[in-house]
Ligand binder design. Structure first.
Ligand code: THG
Length: 367
């Protein structure tokens, strides 16, 4: 249909050559980089995540590194979640908010050392934000984007692949925990994490020149489990209720609206950005909440670039923020960001291309 014009603005991943060689057919943009989203066989790619082991170039999940004596201070100021008990080797899912308590990113925070943290970010520039906050607060910390690129291995067979590569110790890793190690001389950190609910790991490559060798090592080790290329899969993640920042959120979304309240600690210090606003939002009660919506119909819906209006009794009650065919539920589903008055079980109408589709609200996840 069309091609992408190369530009140094649009950075490629260390795994770019490897994904080209695998026959990458689709990309999207994320953090000013190309994120592979398809290899020509969507059905096979989906079922490989559900039943096997799938290999994803997720180098777009850039790291914002906080390094120096005040790294821990800065991490806590940026994150409205209590980090005081976070130890080296531990990761945590965090809700970065602005001063108004609006969600500006939902990264995984990794503590590499007492004076070194990474924020493994979603699709918004946190480097500028962290740098500015550090300067304004007079902190002794260096904010940078290190040469680090995650490679995800997801699916029920992923653990066997990672154990074959690194040893059985990986089987004892707790969720979001990680360990720095080497494979054939390539420096990496291995974490139990990834944007699917089928289980899996992420290998954080720490040498951008070694993308192809690392890809090939994983490909080879995964052969007994039928590993193949894949990507953060929109069908699986919606079935599983995983949030896409920027896709399912707007600039008025607070963490309580999108099921991230469990990651907010209201008793962190008053100098944590957004905490005072978050306390107020919590006490007044959020206006919207995030539910699932199941649509009637047997034809797979076309994905769209925008939100769809959700109507009830002729009034707009919220937005459907994504819409996909669920191969396992065999129906169209998506997320609803709706008034808190709308409840699971309610019947609604969704407007797509001028036509109304009947749907029913339910709690997330779908599966
Ligand atoms: N891996 C890495 N970096 C990332 C992502 C990733 N950065 C951007 C984006 N993904 C961050 N967003 C999420 C969203 C959800 C989860 C992980 C990252 C997730 N959530 C589980 C859930 O919601 O059920 C578990 C959360 C928990 O129990 O704490 O896994 O994928 N490197």
């Amino acid at each position: 249909m069309f091609s992408i014009s190369p530009s140094a603005r649009l950075r490629t991943s260390p795994f770019y050559q490897a994904t080209l060689a695998e026959g990458m057919t689709h990309v999207t943009s994320y953090n000013n980089m190309l994120l592979p989203t398809g290899f020509g066989n969507p059905e096979e790619e989906y079922w490989r995540i559900i039943n096997g082991a799938s290999l994803w170039d997720v180098a777009v999940e850039r790291q914002v590194q906080l390094l120096g004596p005040d790294a821990g201070r800065l991490a806590q100021i940026l994150c409205p979640r209590d980090l005081s008990k976070c130890i080296v080797g531990q990761g945590k899912y965090v809700a970065l908010c602005n001063h108004q308590g609006m969600l500006i990113n939902d990264p995984i925070l990794l503590k590499l050392a007492d004076d070194r943290y990474w924020l493994s970010i979603a699709d918004s520039n946190i480097w500028f934000w962290a740098e500015a906050i550090a300067a304004e607060r007079g902190l002794n910390v260096e904010v940078s984007e290190p040469d680090v690129s995650p490679l995800a291995i997801q699916g029920p067979m992923a653990e066997n692949v990672i154990a074959a590569l690194f040893g059985d110790w990986v089987r004892d890793l707790k969720y979001f925990w990680f360990k720095e190690t080497k494979i054939e001389g390539i420096p990496v950190a291995v974490a139990r994490s990834g944007w699917s609910k089928q289980g899996g790991f992420e290998i954080y490559l720490m040498d951008g020149l070694k993308g192809t060798p690392l890809w090939n090592l994983v490909r080879e080790a995964g052969k007994p489990w039928g590993i193949g290329p894949g990507n953060p899969n929109v069908h699986e993640r919606i079935e599983s209720g995983l949030l896409s920042w920027g896709g399912d959120t707007d600039n008025q979304t607070n963490p309580f609206e999108v099921r991230m309240g469990q990651y907010v600690d209201l008793d962190v210090a008053d100098d944590v950005i957004g905490i005072q606003a978050l306390r107020k939002i919590k006490s007044q009660g959020p206006k919207r909440h995030q539910l699932g919506i199941v649509l009637e119909g047997t034809e797979p819906a076309e994905p769209v670039f925008h939100w769809l209006d959700i109507m009830s009794n002729g009034h707009k009650i919220g937005d459907m923020t994504n819409i996909i065919w669920s191969p396992r539920l065999k129906t169209n589903i998506g997320f609803a960001l709706v008034s808190v008055e709308a409840k699971p079980g309610d019947n609604v109408e969704v407007v797509q291309a001028g036509k109304s589709i009947i749907g029913k609200l339910q709690t997330l996840p779908f599966l």
